[in-house]
Design a protein around this ligand. Structure first.
Ligand SMILES: CC(C)(COP(=O)(O)OP(=O)(O)OC[C@H]1O[C@@H](n2cnc3c(N)ncnc32)[C@H](O)[C@@H]1OP(=O)(O)O)[C@@H](O)C(=O)NCCC(=O)NCCS
Length: 168
């Protein structure tokens, strides 16, 4: 257990944390159905690439899940990162992002990637604030004011691909 922010503990999850996590995610994403992006396999197989933020011993206030890409050498990915709406703007998100970046660098990655839906200004603002930038690509076109990939995740599912360069 590492203490950084006052009163917040950062711990590795285990699969046993899944039930607590899955019940709160849709609420943290303001009703966006994020639950479907979080089947149990993430905590079963990627717990060692994940972090939980807790207060008062066991109250979950944030989480991040990532992995080292098996297919793209040197690339890690941030799958999901969320913070309890009552604990935002305290630096918990930034700390979770830093922990994943440290894990990625320790595993030999030189970049960490994240894909977000177009129009998600909160995620975009947060990711830019913690050092991510839109990945250059000839296929990019402006969608809701940001260079994005049309139909990236299938018809109508436009996405912004961002990456943060990891300094060894
Ligand atoms: C995005 C989210 C994870 C940020 O968590 P957080 O703990 O509040 O973030 P931090 O306090 O570490 O913020 C770090 C920086 O990100 C930026 N930021 C955070 N929230 C922001 C917002 N709502 N709008 C614009 N920029 C924001 C700011 O620059 C902030 O620094 P500052 O507070 O000194 O200005 C949180 O709002 C959340 O869970 N949102 C819903 C889920 C989601 O969108 N997740 C996707 C994340 S990629």
């Amino acid at each position: 257990v590492v203490r950084a922010l006052t009163g917040v503990e950062f711990v590795r999850p285990t699969e046993a944390d899944y039930d607590a996590l899955i019940t709160i995610v849709d609420e943290w994403w303001s009703g966006r159905p994020v639950r479907r992006l979080l089947p149990r396999l993430w905590l079963r197989h990627f717990a060692g690439w994940s972090w939980l933020a807790r207060v008062n011993g066991d109250r979950l206030v944030g989480f991040a899940i990532g992995f080292l890409s098996p297919g793209l050498p040197g690339t890690a990915a941030l799958h999901l990162l969320g913070v309890d709406p009552n604990h935002r703007r305290r630096g918990i998100g930034r700390d979770l992002g830093r922990r994943l970046a440290d894990d990625a660098a320790a595993a030999g990655a030189d970049r960490i990637e994240m894909v977000i839906p177009t129009g998600d200004q909160v995620a975009l603002g947060f990711l830019r604030a913690i050092g991510f930038a839109v990945v250059a690509d000839p296929d990019l076109r402006p969608i809701h004011g940001t260079p994005a990939h049309a139909d990236y995740d299938g018809p109508g599912e436009d996405r912004i691909v961002l990456a943060r360069v990891l300094v060894p």
